[in-house]
Design a binder for this molecule. Sequence first.
Ligand SMILES: C[S@@+](CC[C@H](N)C(=O)[O-])C[C@H]1O[C@@H](n2cnc3c(N)ncnc32)[C@H](O)[C@@H]1O
Length: 360
Amino acid sequence: MTTTLLAEIRDEILASGPIGLDRYMGLCLGHPVHGYYRTRDPLGARGDFVTAPEISQMFGELIGIWIAATWAAMGAPNDLLLVELGPGRGTLMQDALRALARAAPTLRPALHLVETSPVLRAEQERRLGDASPVWHDSIATLPAAPMIVVANEFFDALPVRQFQRAERGWFERLVGLAPDGNALAFGLAAEPDTRITASGPNGVLMTLPGAALACVRALARRVVADRGAVLAIDYGHVRPGFGDSLQAVRGHAFVPPLTAPGEADLTTHVDFAALGRAATSEGAALHGPVDQRDFLLALGLRERAERLGRDASPAQRDAITAAATRLTDPSRRGMGSLFKAMAFSDSALTALPGLPPAKP
Ligand SMILES: C[S@@+](CC[C@H](N)C(=O)[O-])C[C@H]1O[C@@H](n2cnc3c(N)ncnc32)[C@H](O)[C@@H]1O
């Protein structure tokens, strides 16, 4: 399938040579006109994928309870910024604010949303307009103040670079043209990147999440300086490892990542170990990571499901149970263990709900 973006990427490769995976992901997801997130709302049954807040209101409500407890642990500052990175349709924050109004009635946070998609900004305006959010293209323009930041399925969408190990070192994986001169194909740089000193067996792929690491470092500096905490929930792994987790999803199915740029969601598994190291290198305290299942159960998912079920019809009760199961199921069918929750904060916050302090 030839998309306009495919033609543009082909021209760029013809003009300047193969491009890094970070450039390819950046164009596919964020191209100002043809980028995946610029052109559509990808969420929901009729979109390409479903996220936890879209599965059940309980997810956002429990995050609201986490925010209330974290705010109290910070000493209840009255100038709190509540920040969400990549808020999607605004569903998580809408559910969180409802729970927050009950759990912390005196809290009046200033709501800041970091979102690049105009389509999703319009959805967020519809659901969160009453809370007068301020939108940002990036975290760079967030004001300096105590803050609580929430990011669900945000870091997995940030561009990464990949390198393959061979006899002479680590060679960057590049996107170039296939022999037919039309299709895109993966290849390797001609020379190894001598700055990479990691060891690994020949043939393995290593992923470097440069954009996510830069974002975590900048947020860690903010919370260390101004107080606060950042909660990241994403699918990923807690131990560093090799392998290719790049995936493209369209219409709830996996598709090859190079065939229809800009038409499929592109993500990689989040390397929580690397993100954690980036946060602590800036002086932040680390909490977790833990499986999403343990995080949600510790915050009271079971009790919330029972409470909601009390006033529900039998069919609604079944739907609530099915949603709670999907969010916590540790098997490959569910999100319970594939997804992890991790937070980092200023060092005065020694305990955050649902997240044991990280082992040194
Ligand atoms: C997978 S969706 C998750 C949406 C929402 N958090 C949820 O759980 O339903 C990724 C979100 O991040 C936004 N996004 C992707 N790349 C971004 C970037 N570089 N800067 C800001 N937002 C971005 C998307 O527009 C979208 O809102």
